[in-house]
Write a protein that binds this ligand. Sequence first.
Ligand code: SF4
Length: 87
Amino acid sequence: MTLTNPRTDDDWRRDAACRDLDTDIFFPVTDEEAGPAREICASCPVREQCLEFALATRQDDGVWGGLTETERRRLRRRRREATRRAA
Ligand code: SF4
């Protein structure tokens, strides 16, 4: 039997549009300065995986999946409320 190379949860990072870029772009001091990072994320093929990773691991800083920390916090709250309403 031949074992295939199992994909890990982090495999999405290989296809990240930000892979070889300066990470400073993704850690703006304010949300207003997040424009350049958002532009890169907008065309990133692994945007969804990146965002879900950031939500699942509670990344507090930086732009992940095109969303700032403030926006991710709002998204988490909206999802919690939707789950509560559906219950
Ligand atoms: S969505 Fe943005 S931060 Fe996430 S991997 Fe893609 S380019 Fe990087």
